[in-house]
Design a protein around this ligand. Sequence first.
Ligand code: UDP
Length: 236
Amino acid sequence: MKYNRILLKLSGESLMGHQGYGIDSDRLNSYARQIKQAVESGVQIGIVIGGGNIFRGLSGASKGFDRVKGDQMGMLATVINSLALSSALEAIGQPAKVLTAIGMFPIGEPYSKWKAIEAMTSGTVAIISCGTGSPYFTTDTGSALRAIEIEADVMLKGTRVDGVYTADPEKDPSATKFDHITYSEVISRNLKVMDITATALCKENDMPIYVFNMDKEGNLAKMLEGDNVGTLVSNS
Ligand code: UDP
């Protein structure tokens, strides 16, 4: 395998599948199968899930919610998604543990780097919820932070598209995909890979990001075997 330990970021929106809201169980089970297969191939896995399929603080604020409370609602949404994924993993015999950046025992155990590593080294998937635990951040930043903390070899960002393109491929058919791009180029070309805070954190701490389409079943295994199924973003 190309990597020993990975941090996988799944967006809440992709958990929604073809529905307009909530959790699509086909998509959830497809993720669970791919994750189990990766653990069986010897890879240690930490996961951060978004909450955009349920609630986003910014859209709450635009409707008059207090921003901090709205963000807290968003962080709780990541816990709901994390519980759903842990349940789907356990249903197929893959041990998983939900860790929470905000104390809420017994829903999950309080997160620490060491608790996550202890789980991963014993073949349990560590699902790290609540993003960073603070408002005004995103789960992209949460996953960058956790990837660095848990000493992952790479942060995988599962998206709806096959990688990083010169323009949005869903809008511009002439857009071409990068196999590899540097953080500096992502920033100077203003490419929407992740938000600036998350990108800066990865750049400063030399954490490579691999952007790929996790919704195509089998892509996670291909990526881990070294196939070129997405785009690598790194410092050089
Ligand atoms: N959130 C937050 N702090 C964090 C991570 C997330 O306040 O560290 C809140 C924020 O309101 C965000 C919501 O949780 O809108 C859901 O996360 P995100 O939008 O990143 O989910 P995704 O787009 O990946 O589904």
